[in-house]
Design a protein around this ligand. Structure first.
Ligand SMILES: [Zn+2]
Length: 141
């Protein structure tokens, strides 16, 4: 049960969700040709405008998955994009320097937009991930 799709059942003309090495994401591909013996991966064509052809990959490559995972914990990185996909930002709290914010809170900044409180540096400073970058924000004033 390694992959969702058993490519042995695919035939030319089928549509299948596959990893696009050009788009760097999962995309619908059209099956161009299959190995009659079912030993080799079928040839598939990405349905993106580039229409690139490749061997069918049911999942993102390992290297890519690893990169995304380590990116999140690495210090210089910004987890904003992933966090905004995973979390409900509809009840983000408006940011003012007078409020107290805790790790894990979602804030709505007038200028920088939605931000995730990553860490409290001390009683008056928190590190917040905004869409463009992480910022140290003053609070509790
Ligand atoms: Zn593509």
């Amino acid at each position: 049960m390694a992959s969702v799709v058993d490519y042995k059942n695919l035939k030319a003309g089928d549509e299948v969700n596959a990893w696009c090495t050009k788009c760097h994401e999962m995309r619908m591909h059209k099956v161009k040709a299959v190995d009659p013996k079912g030993e080799k991966a079928p040839r598939v064509i990405c349905m993106c405008p580039k229409q690139t052809e490749r061997n069918f990959r049911p999942n993102p490559p390992k290297s890519h998955q690893k990169k995304r995972a380590t990116k999140r914990v690495a210090d210089g990185s910004n987890p904003w994009e992933e966090m905004s996909q995973e979390q409900d930002t509809s009840n983000a709290r408006s940011y003012t320097i007078h409020d107290h914010f805790v790790t894990g809170e979602i804030i709505d900044h007038r200028r920088y937009g939605i931000g995730f409180v990553l860490e409290a540096v001390d009683a008056t400073k928190v590190i917040v991930a905004f869409e463009d970058k992480k910022r140290v924000m003053i609070c509790n004033q």
